[in-house]
Design a protein around this ligand. Structure first.
Ligand SMILES: Nc1ncnc2c1ncn2[C@@H]1O[C@H](COP(=O)(O)OP(=O)(O)OP(=O)(O)O)[C@@H](O)[C@H]1O
Length: 291
């Protein structure tokens, strides 16, 4: 274990519908065995960014451990982005896409070793309008699904499944996108436009096969139609897209405009229905403990 004096663990008590007390106890024991102080903060679901900032100022941790899904990791990143403070992820959400992309182990013992170890990756961070994005954002059908899921009462993977058919029936796709990249403008019709910092969703669907989370670039991937064979193909490791199904643009900045307001999500959290999004690589990256 690296040399620490203070460690802060931020836990989302409701994410993934999982009980987290055993994990908290185990990590506390590992931390305290090394004469380091363990501080715990449980998110409340309101004003968490501000509260985590205050907790960091109060406890001066050398590392922040995050227990939750992608949404919780995003909240913590927003809270500590102006500090040079590494994080570690304990995946515990209904969607853990970022942890999956970074190869965070599934076994708890190894997760603790990684979280308290000294091997890191530098994750590019995207600035999308006023928000940070660590993993994946999209505008269109998937964001519609997340919006419908968030307003329903059933949580977890089954909750998403329950919303999938109504979302397909109710949504008004194809959507029209105008994409401005490096002075050029492209017009596309499609079911979804993804802004991808990583390669795959938490489901394992690989939508940005060539993407790298630390290359100073992100990809815009436009999915043109609901081709079920191609969609199932994203679950293969060696996926290659037919250009009639999806097109990819790699860039450091972009402006995306839509004729009508379209559902927009970042890291699994519905943001709003939007007509304009400005994306760029943020000036700083985020240090995350990995294997
Ligand atoms: N104590 C709490 N009560 C209710 N909501 C909370 C609480 N703490 C955090 N949240 C909310 O949880 C969301 C983040 O959840 P996260 O994505 O990490 O896990 P998840 O299991 O994938 O969540 P979900 O399935 O609801 O999307 C944020 O919207 C955040 O505001």
């Amino acid at each position: 274990m690296a040399d620490f004096r203070n460690i802060l663990m931020v836990v989302n008590p409701i994410s993934g519908g999982e009980e987290k007390d055993d994990l908290i106890k185990e990590v506390r024991r590992a931390v305290e065995q090394n004469n380091c102080k363990f501080h715990l903060f449980k998110t409340k679901g309101e004003n968490d960014i501000k509260k985590i900032k205050a907790e960091i100022d109060k406890t001066s941790p050398e590392r922040v451990l995050v227990v939750g899904g992608d949404g919780t990791v995003k909240i913590v990143a927003e809270a500590l982005f102006d500090k040079d403070l590494p994080i570690a992820i304990f995946p515990a959400g209904s969607a853990n896409g970022l942890a999956l992309n970074l190869g965070i182990p599934e076994k708890r013992k190894q997760q603790i070793e990684v979280a308290l170890g000294d091997n890191f990756t530098s994750l590019d961070v995207l600035q999308i309008n006023d928000e940070l994005c660590l993993h994946l954002s999209d505008i269109g059908l998937n964001a519609e699904l997340i919006k419908n899921y968030e307003s329903a009462s059933i949580r977890g993977k089954f909750g998403y499944l329950m919303q999938s058919i109504p979302t397909l029936i109710k949504s008004k796709y194809p959507y029209e996108y105008e994409v401005e990249v490096n002075g050029e403008t492209f017009y596309h019709k499609g079911i979804m436009l993804a802004i991808a910092n990583c390669t795959k969703y938490g489901t394992g669907a690989k939508i940005n096969p060539e993407g790298k989370h630390d290359d100073g670039k992100f990809e815009i991937v436009i999915f043109k139609n609901l081709d079920i064979t191609e969609i199932l193909g994203t679950l293969r490791e060696d996926v290659k897209f037919d250009p009639a199904f999806a097109e990819t643009i790699s860039t450091e900045q972009a402006i995306i405009k839509c004729k009508k307001p379209i559902a927009f999500q970042i890291d699994g959290e519905f943001i709003e229905n939007t007509q304009k999004i400005a994306v760029k690589i943020a000036e700083k990256d985020l240090k995350i403990a990995v294997k």
